[in-house]
Structures are given as structure tokens and as C-alpha cells.
Design a binder for this molecule. Structure first.
Ligand SMILES: Nc1ncnc2c1ncn2[C@@H]1O[C@H](COP(=O)(O)OP(=O)(O)OP(=O)(O)O)[C@@H](O)[C@H]1O
Length: 229
């Protein structure tokens, strides 16, 4: 059964239209990569799902429920956990306080997040603003997990991070895939790493979902046409 279903989503910023028709389905436990060149609508699609963009048109179903009119905090409460582009940790709170601030009852708690990212336990009393970029991304993921989501969304999962840290983030995503029933929507530009975790791919081109299929079906022609690689 599909956990999330977007049908013919359109969205505007003021007078400028960003999405012209996005279809996207994520099944329970599935990892979907959302791809496309810069400015094609990936972050806007994520804002529609997490209800951060007001008044998109089209249908957004989460677990069969139309969430098109819910405020963002209610979408989060239903089980949509967002790791936003740029991390957006509370920089003047400690690591522990950041995690505590988003905690909701469920299987994800301090112990489980610390097991996934031991660095967050070591840095528990440190201000989030003093963490490295990679550590902030771990914290952003940990904070989203503390909400006990059913769908975890990572916008630009490893952008701007050093190669060794990127590997840690991909390893954590692979662990989540292997050991939980979470559905994951991930935006990133590195196809080789996405290939390790993603079950399927949706490609956006100028605000339209133009291609979807498995990672293995992502041919050189499709990559050349839509991703410029
Ligand atoms: N706040 C905004 N106001 C006006 N236009 C916006 C805003 N945010 C995004 N856009 C426009 O909407 C379109 C889609 O942008 P979006 O950020 O969703 O693309 P993206 O695929 O996530 O790009 P990137 O890979 O560069 O992050 C672009 O044309 C962008 O300029």
C-alpha cells in the first residue's frame, strides 16, 4: 500500500509557477530518490509534502488521508519527518536540547538516535551552532527521527559535506532501510550513492515528473536527458 501519493501537483510562488504536474508515490518501507537538475522543483515538492507551501493544487494523500489543508505541524504529527536543506538546527540550543525539542513517543528515543549517530551522544552538551556541517546533518536527521515519523524526507542529504562524512550519512540511511519500516524520500545529486539505497527514482524536469522507475532502469539516455550526467 502507498504511504504517500501526490497526484498532479501544481504550486506557485507569488506570480511564478514552480510545479506544473508532479505525480509521486512512496510505498511503506520504500526508499525513493527525487532527482532533477537545479531549480526543477525538488525542494518545492518537499515543501508541498511537508505542508510548508500554502495552497498547492492537486491531491496529497498520506496513508489514505488528504492532507492538502493541514498545517505543517499537523502533517509532522501524522508522521512526516523533514530534514530540510541547510539543516536548520536550533543553533543556540545544545545537541540534546535539539533532540528533546522534537521528541514524540515511539520507538525512536535518545538511545536509538545515539546508537545510529554516536557522535550526537559525545557532543550532547555542545551548542548545535558549534557543530561541523556533517554533525549538524546527523543532528537534523536525529531530530527528525525523534518525531517518530513514518516518512523521513531528506532534502540534499549530503550537500556540502566532506566525502568521509557523506559516507557516514549514506551508511545511516542504509541502516534505516535495513532495520526499520520507514519510508524515505531522498534528494541528492550523487547517483552512485543513491543507487546503494534507493528502490526507485522520480525525476523532475521544469516542475513536471517526467520519469519514474527503478535505479537499474535509469539508463544513460535518461541521465543525459534529465540529469545532465
Ligand atoms: N521562495 C521562492 N520564491 C520564488 N520562486 C522560488 C522560490 N523557491 C523556489 N523558487 C523557484 O521555483 C523553482 C523550483 O525551485 P526548487 O527550489 O523547488 O528546485 P530544486 O529542484 O529543489 O533546485 P535545487 O536543486 O537548486 O535545490 C525554481 O525556478 C526556483 O527559482
Amino acid at each position: 500500500m502507498s504511504l504517500l501519493q501526490l497526484e498532479q501537483i501544481t504550486a506557485i510562488y507569488g506570480a511564478s509557477q514552480a510545479l506544473f504536474g508532479v505525480d509521486l508515490t512512496i510505498r511503506e518501507g520504500e526508499v525513493v530518490a527525487l532527482m532533477g537538475r537545479n531549480g526543477m522543483g525538488k525542494s518545492t515538492t518537499i515543501k508541498v509534502i511537508s505542508r510548508l507551501l500554502k495552497n498547492p493544487q492537486g491531491q496529497v494523500l498520506f496513508d489514505g488521508q488528504d492532507i492538502g489543508a493541514l498545517p505543517a505541524h499537523k502533517a509532522a504529527r501524522l508522521g512526516i519527518g523533514l530534514v530540510p536543506e541547510g539543516r536548520r538546527c536550533f543553533t543556540n540550543l545544545t545537541v540534546r536540547e535539539n533532540l528533546f525539542a522534537s521528541a514524540r513517543p515511539g520507538e525512536w528515543d535518545f538511545a536509538r538516535v545515539h546508537a545510529l549517530f554516536p557522535r550526537l551522544e559525545e557532543r550532547g552538551d555542545q551548542l548545535a551552532g558549534s557543530l561541523s556541517g556533517g554533525e549538524q546533518q546527523m543532528l537534523a536527521i536525529g531530530r527528525a527521527l525523534m518525531t517518530n515519523p513514518r516518512l523521513l524526507i531528506l532534502d540534499e542529504a549530503t550537500e556540502g559535506l566532506a566525502p568521509v562524512v557523506r559516507q557516514e550519512i549514506w551508511a545511516a540511511i542504509a541502516t534505516l532501510k535495513k532495520t526499520t519500516s520507514l519510508s524515505i524520500l531522498v534528494v541528492d545529486k550523487t547517483i552512485s550513492e543513491l543507487r546503494q539505497v534507493a528502490d526507485s527514482v522520480v525525476i523532475l524536469e521544469r516542475g513536471v515528473s517526467v520519469w519514474h522507475g527503478t535505479m537499474d532502469a535509469l539508463s544513460a539516455d535518461v541521465k543525459d536527458r534529465y540529469l545532465g550526467v
